[in-house]
Design a protein around this ligand. Structure first.
Ligand SMILES: Cc1cc2nc3c(=O)[nH]c(=O)nc-3n(C[C@H](O)[C@H](O)[C@H](O)COP(=O)(O)O)c2cc1C
Length: 189
């Protein structure tokens, strides 16, 4: 059995909905178990993130899919606290050769989300991971990749509750990313 972890932060629940959709895609692939892990605000003390159990799970995973809301054109401060704490795994290159991918949500159609995904990619590169693109064509009837992003999933949360947005097209796109990462984990292992 191979393991895919989805590690995300969500301030107001929209990114959580997208993480759940990614998780649905991963779990739909047989032979894969998933860890859906949110960054808990209470694990950040004086700006420092600490949770040994989370890092043990990530270190033991075959792939990690990172997710953050876009705040002021980049990852959230909470996600950055987690990323900085990952230096412990980095020192020993514990994530080297694992697959990685990313997703983000912002309020506007663009919202400078690309910066967020590029940061998630950089984090993965620093860890020696192998980045998985989205691999979905845009402008399809099912709305997959409706915002036209290939580095990872971009979703939009308009000014409403997480029950309303991200919408079904963005969730479908997130499911596709989860399936792709899970399928590739089986293919390369
Ligand atoms: C501090 C803050 C900064 C934000 N910055 C951006 C931004 O740069 N671009 C954008 O389109 N939306 C921005 N938004 C909107 C959020 O990206 C959007 O509400 C998203 O759904 C938040 O995800 P969450 O509910 O998981 O926290 C911002 C929201 C907050 C609270």
């Amino acid at each position: 059995m191979k393991t895919v972890s989805i590690l995300y932060h969500s301030g107001n629940g929209h990114t959580q909905k997208l993480a759940e959709a990614v998780n649905l895609g991963v779990s739909s692939v047989s032979g894969i178990t998933t860890n859906l892990i949110s960054i808990d605000q209470n694990d950040i003390i004086n700006g420092h993130y600490k949770n040994e159990e989370v890092f043990n799970k990530l270190d033991a995973s075959d792939a990690i899919i990172f997710g953050s809301p876009t705040y002021m054109g980049n990852i959230s401060a909470q996600f950055k606290a987690f990323a900085d704490a990952s230096v412990g795994s980095w020192f020993q290159q514990k994530w080297r050769d694992k697959l990685a991918a990313g997703f983000t949500v912002s309020g506007t159609p663009s919202g400078d989300k690309l910066s967020t995904l590029q940061y998630l990619n950089t984090l993965a590169m620093q860890h020696g991971m192998i980045w998985v693109s989205l691999g979905e064509s845009p402008m399809q009837a099912n709305g997959s990749n409706r915002l036209g992003s290939w580095i990872g999933v971009m979703a939009q949360a308009e000014n409403d509750s997480p029950e309303v947005t991200p919408g079904k097209e963005d969730k479908y796109t997130a499911i596709q990313l989860g399936k792709r990462v899970a399928g590739l984990v089986l293919k390369i292992n």
